[in-house]
Design a protein around this ligand. Structure first.
Ligand code: PEP
Ligand code: MG
Length: 328
C-alpha cells in the first residue's frame, strides 16, 4: 500500500479530470482513526464512507456515548474541514457483535441488520446520533443510513435524527452548522422508491457490494457464485445508469462507495454511466485517477453501448481493449 501511494504521489494534487473535461470526485473509505492520515497522503477529497461498526466490533460491550463522541471528534479534527460521511451502525449479516444475542437467521444478509436494527432498537441509534452531533460541535455534519430498502425507513431514521437534534438543542449543546442526511442504496427496491424520496434525501451513495449481491441474487461471501457475475455486466451498468438518471432528475447527489469504485476498469465504467463521485480504499485513488485522466468518458460509454449492442453480457473485454488502444 505504501509503495502504491508513493508511485502515484505525483498525481496527488491533480484533479481526477477526464480528457472530456469531467471532474470525478475521489474520496476514501475509512473505519479507524489510523486510516485518517491517508486522507492527506492519497489526495482524497474527503471520507466518502466512514464505517462506524468497527468501534462496536472491537469491544465486548456497547461503547459509551462519550467514547464515541470523542472518537468522531478526532476523526473530524484529522479531516481538517474535508467532508466525512459517517455511516450509522451497520451490524448483522457479516458483521456480528460479540455481545449481541445471536440471531438464528437462515439468511443473515437479508435479515435483521443495519437500519432495520437501528429502527427496532432505537436506544443505540439515538446514542450514536447524539455522539455524532456532539462531536461536530458546531461544524458541518454528514450522516448516512445503511441498507435502506424503502422510503419509510429513511423517513423514520431522519425523524429520529431530527428529534435527537431538537433534544440536544434543548440541552444547550452546540448543534452542527449544517446537516446532510443521506441513504445508502444497497437494495434494488430503493432505486424504484417514490420521487419524494429522491427529493427528501440530501444525497445517495450506492453500496455496490450489497447492491450487486441483491441484484444478481449472488452471495457476496460465496466465491463460487460471486465470481460468476461481473460488475461490468451490462445489466448492472444499465441499472447504475437508471439510478443516476433518477438522481439527476431531482438534483440528488449520487456517489458509489463499494469496493468496485477502487478498481480502475470498474471505476471508469461507473464514471461513464454518470457517477461523478467515487469512494474507495486510499491506495486505489492514485491508480483510478491515473486512468480517468487519460480517458474520454463519451468514448468509454460508446464502447460499453457498442459491446452490448453486439450481445456482450460483460463489457470487460471490450473496455480492456479500449484502454489498451488508449495506451493504458
Ligand atoms: C457496500 O455494500 O458496498 C458497502 C460499502 O458497505 P459494506 O461493504 O460495509 O456492506
Ligand atoms: Mg453494504
Amino acid at each position: 500500500q505504501a509503495e502504491a501511494l508513493k508511485r502515484y504521489a505525483g498525481l496527488r494534487d491533480l484533479p481526477a479530470e477526464t480528457l472530456c473535461g469531467r471532474r470525478i470526485g475521489l474520496h476514501m473509505n475509512a473505519g479507524l482513526m489510523a486510516d485518517l492520515p491517508s486522507l492527506t497522503s492519497s489526495g482524497a477529497e474527503g471520507v466518502g464512507l466512514f464505517r462506524t461498526e468497527l468501534q462496536f466490533l472491537i469491544r465486548n460491550k456497547v461503547p459509551r456515548r462519550g467514547e464515541l463522541a470523542s472518537l468522531y471528534a478526532r476523526v473530524m479534527d484529522a479531516a481538517r474541514g474535508k467532508r466525512v460521511v459517517f455511516r450509522t451502525l451497520d451490524i448483522g449479516s457479516d458483521k456480528v457483535l460479540p455481545y449481541m444475542k445471536p440471531q438464528d437467521e437462515p439468511n443473515p444478509a437479508m435479515g435483521w441488520r443495519a437500519i432495520r436494527v437501528g429502527l427496532d432498537k432505537r436506544g443505540v441509534m439515538r446514542m450514536q446520533l447524539q455522539a455524532l452531533i456532539r462531536a461536530a460541535a458546531g461544524r458541518p455534519l454528514t450522516i448516512m443510513f445503511p441498507f435502506v430498502a424503502q422510503f419509510e425507513e429513511f423517513r423514520e431514521a431522519r425523524a429520529i435524527f431530527d428529534d435527537v437534534l431538537e433534544n440536544e438543542r434543548k440541552l444547550h449543546h452546540t448543534v452542527p452548522s449544517r446537516v446532510e442526511i443521506g441513504a445508502m442504496l444497497e437494495t434494488p427496491s430503493l432505486a424504484f422508491a417514490p420521487d419524494r424520496f429522491f427529493e427528501e434525501t440530501d444525497f445517495l451513495s450506492i453500496g455496490g457490494n450489497d447492491l450487486k449481491q441483491f441484484f444478481f441474487a449472488a452471495d457476496r461471501e460465496n466465491e463460487r457464485v460471486r465470481r460468476r457475475y461481473d460488475t461490468l455486466n451490462y445489466s448492472f451498468l444499465s441499472f447504475i445508469r437508471q439510478i443516476v438518471e433518477r438522481c439527476e432528475t431531482f438534483g440528488t447527489p449520487i456517489s458509489f462507495c463499494g469496493e468496485d469504485a477502487g478498481r480502475p476498469l470498474e471505476a471508469v465504467a461507473l464514471a461513464a454511466m454518470g457517477v461523478r463521485t467515487l469512494s474507495m480504499r486510499p491506495a486505489s485513488i492514485g491508480p483510478v485517477k491515473s486512468v480517468l485522466r487519460r480517458l474520454d468518458l463519451d468514448e468509454v460509454r460508446k464502447v460499453i453501448e457498442d459491446a452490448a449492442a453486439q450481445g456482450a453480457q460483460s463489457v470487460r473485454a471490450d473496455l480492456a481493449a479500449h484502454l489498451g488502444r488508449s495506451g493504458i
